[in-house]
Design a protein around this ligand. Structure first.
Ligand SMILES: Cc1ncc(COP(=O)(O)O)c(C=O)c1O
Length: 357
C-alpha cells in the first residue's frame, strides 16, 4: 500500500537511540509532572520560542494526544461550546465530541466573532502553525487577535503545536499563548514528528490557575509518562548535534514537499487545486469537480493507494465537504509518490467521466 493517509514521519528520520546505559532507577515509578531535567529543558525551549512561564508550569505528556484528552476532561461537559477551525484536527474533534462538545467555527481572520456567538465558547482549540489538515500558518496579526479575543472573552485558549519544527518557509511561529498576558491557556507540543511517535512523548505548559487540575488528571490517567522515553528524548535534546539534526530533518522534508508538489502539479492539475504548505506534513486538495471521495478511497485502496477524504475534518460539513482530500507527503518514497499520484489522477479521471452529464 502506498500511503498518503496518516501523518507518519519518514522512518529514515528516526534518531539512533542508545538504550545501552539506561540508569536502573528509571525502572522505578516517577513524577507525574515528568522528569525534572526534561521539564527544565522544555521550559528553556519554550522561553526561546517566546512563551515565558515558570518551569513548574511544564508537564510531560504521553504524546500530545493525551493533552487533548486531559483538556477535554477538564473543560468539556455535555453541551459545552468549543470553538475550533473548520476543517480541524480529526482526532481532537473526536475527543471533544466524545465529551459532549457543541462546536462553533473559529474564523482565524475574525476571532472576535466568537464574542458575538449566541453562546460564548468556554474553550478555543487551535493549531495555528502548519495546521492539520490544511498546512496553513497563522500570521502574527491573527495570533495577536486570537489571544486578545480569548483574554477579553474569558475563553480558555488551547494551542496545539506539534509541527512547529517542520518549517520550510519563513513564517510567524510565536505561540499564540505567549500573547496571553491574562486569562487561562494551555500550550502543547510533541516529540512525535521530530523524534519518533512510538516513544509517545509530548508536553504541555499551562496558566497557573489550570495547573493543579491538569496535574491531577495526568496522575489519574497514567501516573506518569514512560521514563525510558523521557530519558531517550532528553539525551537527544542535549546531544551536540541536535540543532544540526533538526536542520537536516527540515531540509529532508522540504525536498520531499517540493518533489510532491512537482508531482502533484504534473498529475493532478486538471482535477484539483492546492497551496504549497509552508511547513508540516500535509497537502490539502480541493477537487475542481466534486466526486464521492469515500468511493474514490475504496477504489484507490483496491489499487494499493490510501489517502484521507476531507469530510471527517469538518465539524459542520459545508456544502462542498466531499471536495477535499488530505495527502501526507512525508512517508511515501519519491518513486511511490509518482506511482500513487498517477493512480489517483487516473481514478479521478474515471470517476468524473462516469458522472451523468
Ligand atoms: C494537530 C495534532 N495534534 C496532536 C497530534 C498527536 O500527536 P502525538 O503523537 O504527540 O500524540 C497530532 C498527530 O498527528 C496532530 O496532528
Amino acid at each position: 500500500m502506498i500511503s498518503f493517509a496518516g501523518g507518519l514521519p519518514a522512518p529514515a528520520s528516526f534518531p539512533d537511540l542508545s538504550t545501552a546505559a539506561v540508569p536502573r532507577e528509571l525502572l522505578q515509578y516517577g513524577a507525574s509532572e515528568g522528569e525534572p531535567e526534561l521539564r527544565l529543558r522544555i521550559w528553556r525551549e519554550l522561553a526561546d520560542a517566546g512563551l515565558v512561564c515558570a518551569p513548574e508550569q511544564v508537564l510531560v505528556l504521553s504524546g500530545s494526544q493525551q493533552g487533548i484528552d486531559l483538556v477535554a476532561k477538564m473543560c468539556v461537559d455535555q453541551g459545552t461550546a468549543v470553538a475550533l477551525e473548520s476543517p480541524g484536527y480529526l482526532a481532537a474533534l473526536q475527543v471533544f465530541r466524545f465529551f459532549g462538545a457543541r462546536f462553533i467555527t473559529l474564523d482565524p481572520d475574525r476571532p472576535q466573532q466568537l464574542l458575538q456567538a449566541p453562546e460564548r465558547p468556554a474553550l478555543c482549540y487551535v493549531v495555528p502553525t502548519f495546521q492539520n489538515p490544511t498546512g496553513r500558518c497563522h500570521t502574527a496579526a491573527q495570533r495577536e487577535r486570537l489571544a486578545h479575543t480569548c483574554m477579553t472573552g474569558g475563553i480558555t485558549l488551547f494551542e496545539d503545536d506539534p509541527y512547529r519544527d517542520l518549517v520550510y518557509e519563513p513564517c510567524d511561529l510565536q505561540p499564540v499563548c505567549s500573547h496571553m498576558t491574562s486569562g487561562s491557556w494551555i500550550y502543547q507540543g510533541s516529540f512525535s514528528k521530530t523524534f519518533a511517535p512510538g516513544l509517545r512523548l509530548g508536553f504541555l505548559a499551562c496558566s497557573p490557575d489550570l495547573l493543579p487540575y491538569v496535574t491531577r488528571l495526568k496522575q489519574a490517567a497514567d501516573l506518569h509518562s514512560n521514563r525510558l522515553s523521557q530519558h531517550l528524548v532528553l539525551q537527544q535534546l542535549q546531544h551536540p548535534h541536535h540543532a544540526q539534526r533538526l536542520m537536516n530533518l527540515r531540509a529532508h522534508y522540504k525536498a520531499r514537499r517540493d518533489h510532491f508538489a512537482a508531482t502533484l502539479h504534473h498529475a493532478l492539475t486538471p482535477y484539483a487545486e492546492w497551496h504549497i504548505p509552508p511547513g508540516g506534513l500535509f497537502f490539502w486538495l480541493r477537487l475542481k469537480t466534486p466526486v464521492d471521495t469515500q468511493a474514490l478511497l475504496q477504489r484507490a485502496i483496491a489499487q494499493g493507494v490510501a489517502f484521507m477524504p476531507g469530510e471527517p475534518f469538518f465539524h459542520q460539513p459545508p456544502q462542498d465537504r466531499r471536495n477535499y482530500l488530505r495527502l501526507n507527503f512525508s512517508h511515501a518514497s519519491e518513486e511511490e509518490t509518482e506511482v500513487g499520484l498517477r493512480i489517483l489522477a487516473d481514478l479521478l479521471d474515471a470517476c468524473i467521466s462516469e458522472q451523468p452529464r
